[in-house]
Design a protein around this ligand. Structure first.
Ligand SMILES: NC(=O)C1=CN([C@@H]2O[C@H](COP(=O)(O)OP(=O)(O)OC[C@H]3O[C@@H](n4cnc5c(N)ncnc54)[C@H](OP(=O)(O)O)[C@@H]3O)[C@@H](O)[C@H]2O)C=CC1
Ligand SMILES: CCCCCCCCCCCCCCCC(=O)[C@@H](N)CO
Length: 320
């Protein structure tokens, strides 16, 4: 089991200007909910497209952030550590652009901030029926959810980053109506992770499949989400981003690298069988295989009939 520590690390978080990414940054800088205040002494770099959002995130996290450019120039870098030596750096970068990610890593190398852990939290969904999506929204789903992860993981591996953390979703196990702009890309992340684990067995590669959790992105997606989509995902009750984060960190501490954040996610992952599943990286893995096999021949066929009827009823009511 490759080790994991929440202290003395250099941690880069894409999507760190809000939601889950910001919540990870708060934990790694402040030691929030960690049970020990010395659980930091980390250098945390939060990355997103909007500098103003990043600066606001630093305020919410509660320490003076410093831009990567300033850090490179050596300004105030000592003053910006808080009492336990943690340091929060922010960098505005559209990681859907490969050259921007390369330029960012050049700055990181210059400032001796090549990460020991990279959290790829950037992502988001616009739940709508497929034909209702605009061409821009279709492209946005690909760039925001897949291209960002491809670029950041590729450059990170070229810089020999020892631990990559990808963020997929429960919909990767069960894509359903309303998530056409999102689910295929979260499945693609899962596929990429399987290949990278074979090509880089010396690295730790974690894949998280969160269920619903409260965030700015979650609030936004609910504005366009069809009612049938909300109905189907009902069993995944939204927890807070901090609760989701703490579940993820405790799973990583346990040595797990296939991580879900609620019980329905565990069931969906258990039912997802086949190849590349035979490492012991998911919670209660032998039990999950047995449960998954039984559910696949008993409950799942019945559930899928119920789901089909739900969709039929929704379409009928929609057209009346
Ligand atoms: N919330 C939920 O219920 C669930 C979320 N997830 C996944 O978890 C992850 C975090 O979710 P959540 O906290 O809700 O996300 P949010 O939508 O709240 O935040 C997304 C973050 O990604 C950043 N971002 C988006 N595009 C880019 C880009 N091209 N380059 C750099 N940064 C970018 C945004 O900042 P900016 O706009 O400044 O670029 C923002 O900080 C996502 O991958 C999401 O798909 C999975 C399951 C459930
Ligand atoms: C044994 C059979 C039982 C089947 C029950 C099926 C229940 C499905 C729950 C799916 C939840 C999906 C959450 C998606 C979160 C997400 O990624 C979005 N919030 C986008 O951000």
């Amino acid at each position: 089991m490759k080790g994991f520590s929440c202290s003395g690390q250099v941690i880069l978080i894409s999507g760190g200007s809000q939601g889950l990414g910001e919540s990870f940054a708060k934990r790694f800088v402040q030691g929030e909910n960690s049970g020990s205040s010395d659980d930091t002494n980390n250098k945390v770099i939060i990355v997103s497209r909007s500098e103003s959002k990043l600066q606001k995130a630093c305020e919410r996290i509660g320490v003076d952030g410093i831009s990567l450019e300033q850090y490179v120039q050596g300004k105030d870098q000592n003053k910006n550590g808080n009492e336990n030596g943690a340091c929060l750096v922010y960098h505005s970068c559209d990681i859907s652009s490969y050259t921007s990610v390369e330029a960012m890593f050049a700055l990181l190398r210059k400032s001796e901030l090549i990460p020991t852990q990279v959290y790829m939290c950037a992502g988001g969904s616009i739940p709508k029926l497929f034909v209702d999506l605009t061409p821009e929204e279709l492209q946005n789903g690909i760039t925001m959810n897949y291209t960002t992860a491809v670029n950041l993981s590729h450059v990170s591996l070229k810089h020999n980053v020892p631990h990559l953390l990808f963020f997929s979703s429960e919909v990767a196990f069960f894509p359903f109506i309303g998530y056409s702009q999102y689910a295929p890309l979260k499945q693609s992340i899962r596929s990429l992770v399987s290949v990278l684990r074979q090509e880089h067995s010396d690295k730790r590669i974690t894949c998280v499949y969160p269920g619903n959790f409260q965030s700015e992105g979650y609030d936004l997606e609910n504005m366009t989400k069809p009612s049938i989509t909300k109905e189907i995902e009902g069993p995944s009750h939204p927890v807070t981003a901090a609760e989701c984060r703490d579940k993820i960190i405790s799973s990583i501490n346990w040595g797990l690298d296939e991580i879900t954040t609620d019980s329905i996610g565990w069931i969906l992952m258990a039912c997802d069988q086949g190849f590349n599943k035979h490492n012991t990286k998911q919670f209660m893995f032998i039990f999950s295989w047995i449960i998954g096999a039984i559910l696949n021949i008993t409950v799942v066929p019945i559930y899928m009939l119920i789901c089909k009827f739900q969709i039929y009823q929704w379409k009928k009511n929609k057209n009346t």
